[in-house]
Design a protein around this ligand. Structure first.
Ligand code: NAP
Length: 273
C-alpha cells in the first residue's frame, strides 16, 4: 500500500519534471513479475522508467513496451545508447531500434550510456540534437560521465541543453559527491542515482547497522532510509530496480516523509566502511 502522492524534481531548466523514485530495469529477467512490477509502479506514480539498449540485448526495452501499453502518455521513458554506437550514424540507427523496441514515437530522455574515448563526443551530441530536432527525442542526457566529460558534452551542444547525468550514487558509493554532484547542481543537470540500493538491496557494515537502527525510529526499512537520504540532495532522483512488487511499494514509500536534519547529518557523515 502507498498512502501519499509521488514527489517530483525539476528536470534541468526544462520546466518538465521527473519522479523522485523512478524504476530501473537492469537485470529484469523474470518477464511476468517484472512487467507487473513496472505496471504497478506506474499506477503508483513512479512514472520515470530507466532502460537501455544494452539491457538483455534489447529485450528489456521490449518488456518496457509491454508495461507501458495503454499508459504511454503517463510515463517518462529514459533509455541509453551503448558506447559502441556513439558515432553520428550509429547513434541515429540505435535510436531507431530503441524506438521500435519500445514501440513509442519519442524517447523522453536519450542518454549516452558510457563515454567512449575513441569517438568524439561532439559527433554523438550532434546526432542527439538531430534526434531532438526530428521530435524523436525530447531531452539529452549522459551516464557515467565525469565533470570534465559532462562539460565537454555540454559544450558540444549548440541548440539544446544537457539535462542529466546518470551515475552510481548510494549511501555506500559516494565518489560522485566530491566533484560531479556540485558541478551538476551548479549547472542544473539532474543526477540520476543508479544502484541506489547498493545493487543488491542489502547494506552491510557500519552503514547497514546505522540504517537499520535509524529505520526503527521512523518505522522504515534500511532501503527506505537510504533512498530518502539520497533525495535530500538537490537535483537528485533515484531509479531503484524492483522486480518484486513488495520491494517496489517499499521503495515508493521511501518518500512522503522527511529525515530530521540531525539524522540527515549523521548519514552525511557516515564513513563508508
Ligand atoms: P539497485 O536498484 O541498487 O538494487 C536492485 C536490487 O535490490 C534488486 O536485487 C532488488 O530485488 C533489490 N531491491 C529493490 N528494492 C528493495 C527493497 N526495498 N528492499 C530490499 N531489496 C530491494 O541496483 P541496480 O539495478 O544496479 O540499479 C538500479 C537501476 O539503475 C538499474 O536497474 C538500471 O536501470 C540503472 N543502472 C544504470 C547503470 C548505468 O551504467 N547507467 C548501471 C547500473 C544500473 P528485486 O529485483 O528482486 O525486487
Amino acid at each position: 500500500m502507498v498512502d501519499w502522492l509521488m514527489e517530483f524534481r525539476a528536470l534541468g531548466k526544462t520546466g518538465d519534471v521527473l519522479a523522485a523514485v523512478g524504476m530501473g530495469t537492469w537485470k529484469m529477467e523474470n518477464h511476468i513479475d517484472s512487467i507487473e512490477s513496472l505496471k504497478r509502479g506506474i499506477e503508483l506514480g513512479s512514472t520515470f522508467i530507466d532502460t537501455a539498449e544494452m539491457y538483455g540485448n534489447g529485450h528489456v526495452e521490449e518488456m518496457v513496451a509491454e508495461a507501458i501499453r495503454g499508459v504511454r502518455e503517463k510515463v517518462f521513458i529514459g533509455t541509453k545508447v551503448s558506447p559502441e554506437n556513439l558515432s553520428y550514424d550509429d547513434l541515429l540507427r540505435a535510436a531507431e531500434r530503441s524506438l521500435r523496441r519500445l514501440n513509442i514515437s519519442t524517447i523522453d530522455l536519450y542518454q549516452v550510456h558510457w563515454p567512449n574515448s575513441e569517438i568524439p563526443i561532439r559527433d554523438s551530441m550532434r546526432a542527439m540534437e538531430h534526434l531532438v530536432n526530428q521530435g524523436k527525442v525530447r531531452f539529452i542526457g549522459v551516464s557515467n560521465f565525469s565533470s570534465r566529460q559532462t562539460n565537454e558534452a555540454q559544450e558540444a551542444l549548440s541548440r539544446h541543453e544537457l539535462v542529466s547525468n546518470q551515475v552510481e550514487y548510494s549511501i555506500l558509493e559516494r565518489g560522485v559527491e566530491k566533484d560531479l554532484v556540485p558541478y551538476c547542481q551548479k549547472e542544473h543537470i539532474n543526477i540520476i542515482a543508479y544502484s541506489p540500493l547498493a545493487r543488491e538491496g542489502i547494506f552491510r557494515g557500519k552503514v547497514g547497522e546505522e540504517l537499520e537502527s535509524m529505520g526503527k525510529n521512523y518505522g522504515k526499512t534500511s532501503a527506505q532510509i537510504a533512498l530518502n537520504w539520497l533525495l535530500t540532495k538537490p537535483g537528485v532522483v533515484t531509479i531503484p530496480k524492483a522486480s518484486k512488487i513488495s520491494h517496489l511499494e517499499e521503495n515508493i514509500n521511501s518518500i512522503g516523509w522527511k529525515l530530521s536534519p540531525k539524522d540527515e547529518k549523521i548519514l552525511d557523515e557516515l564513513s563508508m566502511i
